[in-house]
Design a protein around this ligand. Structure first.
Ligand SMILES: C[S@@+](CC[C@H](N)C(=O)[O-])C[C@H]1O[C@@H](n2cnc3c(N)ncnc32)[C@H](O)[C@@H]1O
Length: 232
């Protein structure tokens, strides 16, 4: 029997979020990032993460830490700058990502893994960390969950501590060049455009963070935003 399907019956839908990286993509996540960026990702991520500041003997927590590559890069940069005795904590929920992280962290005694949903409060005491990082994760949540994640950071980061957000910059996709439109509307999830429409400074204010610096990458589409936790 032959069935004819009307074109209008086929609904082409995009997932609302792609932040839970699973299976093949998780297995080869770092290699995929290097390849789809035509080799540019490696230089970019090294440059961006060289700006992360942690004091001697401090603690850093990375939400949605993935394979642990970012923590390993930060560790190397800090070591070169003579910043020592840092404890790094990577938090992630993905099965494959957790395995990859633990495998990578084996060779270091100061890189720790916490399997946890970053939307839920963590068991660390208030103000346990000098520095927080969230890289290519925040855009993938609805605003209510972004606020829960920021509230968790607010609890964990010390007064005058730093929070770094590496993610999409504020962009009006309607006015952007065709390739940016194509990227946001065909390749990324709808939440990415929602995030790009938001003012990050306003989003962070209620959680006690104020902007202290920004760096831009990939024709200003990506931003590393540096925030400081208020002292009160
Ligand atoms: C796009 S990847 C980014 C990984 C890494 N931060 C980087 O910059 O390469 C998103 C990561 O967030 C993790 N993730 C997604 N939802 C999460 C949640 N609710 N709690 C903790 N981790 C989560 C995924 O497992 C994945 O490792």
């Amino acid at each position: 029997m032959i069935y004819f399907v009307k074109k209008t019956d086929i609904v082409m839908s995009r997932p609302i979020s792609k932040v839970e990286v699973k299976g093949f993509e998780a297995m080869f996540y770092d290699a995929i990032m290097d390849t789809i960026s035509l080799g540019k990702y490696r230089k970019f991520i090294n440059d961006a993460l060289s700006k992360i500041d942690v004091p001697n003997g401090g603690k850093l927590i990375d939400f949605g830490a993935g394979t642990g590559r970012n923590i390993e890069i930060i560790r190397k940069h800090l070591e070169r700058k003579g910043v020592n005795n840092i404890d790094f904590f990577g938090v992630d929920i993905g099965e494959v990502m957790s395995k990859k992280f633990k495998q990578r962290a084996k060779k270091y005694n100061n890189i720790h893994f916490v399997k946890h949903d970053i939307r839920k409060p963590l068991s660390f005491e208030k103000s346990s960390f000098d520095t927080g990082l969230i890289s290519f994760v925040l855009h993938g949540f609805i605003q209510e969950d972004r606020n829960k994640i920021l509230s968790n950071f607010s609890h964990l980061i010390k007064p005058n501590g730093k929070l770094y957000i590496l993610d999409y910059n504020e962009i009006d996709v309607n006015k952007a060049p065709f390739y940016v439109k194509f990227f946001f509307r065909k390749l990324e999830c709808p939440l990415a455009e929602d995030f790009a429409n938001k003012n990050l400074e306003e989003m962070l204010k209620p959680f006690g963070f104020q902007k202290v610096g920004e760096s831009y990458y990939f024709k200003n589409i990506i931003r590393l935003a540096e925030y400081k936790k208020n002292s009160n």
